[in-house]
Design a protein around this ligand. Structure first.
Ligand code: ZN
Length: 160
């Protein structure tokens, strides 16, 4: 278990498309453990593998601080509604901006044993899922911000 260095906006790796995970290996298990440690250490609600410099389709999300979701090869299969609110990113420290996202998403993914499962989320969880999945295709929320980025002390995404 280890804290990994979080890559920041401007680094090319954050603009690349990640590769599918085809098998679970010890190396990938360690990566996932490190991603969880790194997310909690940074007080984030989500982290995608490219943010720690690994171009694999893996995200970790925990919007409550006690229920981490590990999503491998995730894809959104259903969306509904709309929410507009403040969003931040561990790769864009000290900033926040207003982004509109679906208020409901259903995501199909694989777990650490590569077993398929589905996860539904609303509000902050839906926002976090959309935000983290964007990272896997090389996109940052700043591309979607309505208006200007603002300076913030805390960098946790907030609900409206
Ligand atoms: Zn992010």
């Amino acid at each position: 278990m280890a804290i990994r260095n979080i890559r920041e906006i401007g680094e090319e790796i954050l603009t690349k498309k990640c590769k599918e995970v085809t098998e679970m290996t010890d190396r990938t298990r360690y990566l996932i453990e490190d991603m969880l440690d790194t997310m909690y250490e940074a007080n984030g609600v989500g982290l995608a593998a490219p943010q720690v410099g690994v171009l694999k389709r893996i995200v970790v999300i925990d919007v409550t601080g006690e229920e981490p979701y590990i999503l491998i090869n995730p894809r959104i299969v259903e969306t509904g509604g709309e929410q507009t609110g403040s969003e931040g990113c561990l790769s864009v420290p000290g900033k926040a901006g207003i982004v509109t996202r679906p208020n409901y998403v259903k995501v199909a993914a694989q777990d650490v044993d590569m077993k398929p499962f589905e996860l539904e989320g609303t509000e902050l969880l839906a926002r976090a899922i959309c935000h983290e999945l964007d990272h896997l295709d090389g996109h940052l929320y700043v591309e979607k911000v309505e208006g200007e980025l603002t300076d913030v002390m805390a960098i946790q995404p907030e609900e409206e």
